[in-house]
Design a protein around this ligand. Structure first.
Ligand code: ZN
Ligand code: ZN
Length: 270
C-alpha cells in the first residue's frame, strides 16, 4: 500500500553548505526536502540540498511542484536557480513565501535570481513559476497546509502539511523563547513527524542568542512536549561533525527513541 506522506531529506545543514570527510554521514548541503502527500509533490525549502537528487527519482513523471519556502535567507534559496523543472517547458512551480518588509515572494526571490548576483531573471525560465504570499491556511489538491510565524530575525514560516490523518511539521530557523512555546506546541500537537531546528549546544547558545535558532536540548524538550510521534532535528551547525552528531544522538536516544538527527538522503514514509 502506498504511504500517505513520504519525506526525503536532501539537506540538513544550517547557514552555509560544508564539505569534507567529517560531514559525510549527515551531509553538508543546506535545507531542502522532497515530500509526497496524497497526489501532491512538495518541496520544503530550496537550499543546496535541492540539487543533490534528481527530482524524477522521487517524483517520477511529475512536472508540477508546490514549493514551501520558510524564508529567503540564502541557505534556504541557493538551490532554486538550478531547480530542473524550471528549465522544462512543461514544468510548473508554485512558490509560497510570505511577504516580508514590504517585499513580495517574487521580489524576495528576485533579490537572488537577478543580476548582479545571478546571470538571469526568473522570466528567463522555460517552466512556469507562480508566486504566492503565505496565507494562514490553504489547500493543495486534497492536502491541507497550515502555517504559523516562527521566531527568527526577519521572520520565517513554520508549515504543517496534513493528509488523511498524517501530518508533518517543518519548523526550521526557529528560536523559541523557552522550552514551552505554547502556540507552537498547540500547532504541532501530536504530529506524525516533526522537523525541528536544533543548531546549537547549550554551551554555544549564550554567544549566539538572538541569531534565530534553537538548541538541541530545548528542541528535545519541545518535541516531547508537543507529543510528536517522530522528530528529526535539523539545521545542524556548519561546524558540527558527524562524530559529534552521532555522540549527541546516542544521548538523545536514551531519553527518547523517537528523536534523531536528520541525515541527508534519509527517507521516512508515514
Ligand atoms: Zn537557515
Ligand atoms: Zn534564516
Amino acid at each position: 500500500m502506498q504511504a500517505t506522506i513520504c519525506l526525503k531529506l536532501l539537506g540538513v545543514r544550517g547557514t552555509v553548505p560544508v564539505h569534507g570527510e567529517q560531514f559525510r554521514q549527515f551531509g553538508g548541503a543546506t535545507s531542502s526536502a522532497f515530500l509526497r502527500a496524497g497526489d501532491e509533490a512538495f518541496i520544503l525549502d530550496a537550499g543546496t540540498g535541492l540539487l543533490t537528487q534528481p527530482v524524477g527519482s522521487f517524483f517520477p513523471g511529475r512536472h508540477h511542484f508546490t514549493m514551501l519556502l520558510s524564508h529567503a535567507h540564502v541557505d534556504h534559496l541557493m538551490g532554486l536557480p538550478m531547480f530542473s523543472p524550471l528549465f522544462d517547458s512543461e514544468g510548473r512551480c508554485d512558490v509560497y513565501l510570505k511577504t516580508r518588509s514590504g517585499f513580495s515572494a517574487q521580489q524576495q526571490v528576485e533579490q537572488l535570481i537577478a543580476p548582479p548576483l545571478w546571470p538571469i531573471r526568473t522570466d528567463a525560465f522555460r517552466g512556469e513559476m507562480r508566486f504566492h504570499d503565505v496565507p494562514p491556511s490553504f489547500t493543495v489538491g486534497g492536502v491541507q497546509v497550515d502555517t504559523m510565524d516562527s521566531i527568527h530575525p526577519g521572520g520565517s514560516t513554520i508549515y504543517k502539511i496534513s493528509c488523511e490523518g498524517k501530518s508533518v511539521v517543518y519548523a526550521t530557523d526557529f528560536e523559541p523563547a523557552d522550552d514551552n512555546p505554547e502556540a507552537f506546541c498547540q500547532f504541532a500537537k501530536g504530529c506524525s513527524l516533526l522537523l525541528l531546528d536544533a543548531q546549537y549546544t547549550d554551551e554555544e547558545y549564550p554567544r549566539v542568542k538572538g541569531f534565530g535558532h534553537s538548541t538541541i536540548s530545548r528542541s528535545i524538550a519541545i518535541a516531547r512536549r508537543c507529543g510528536a510521534e517522530r522528530t528529526l532535528l535539523v539545521h545542524h551547525d556548519p561546524n558540527r561533525t558527524d562524530s559529534q552528531l552521532l555522540e549527541f544522538e546516542r544521548a538523545v536516544r536514551e531519553i527518547d527513541a523517537g528523536i534523531s538527527f536528520g541525515r541527508a538522503g534519509e527517507e521516512i514514509c508515514l
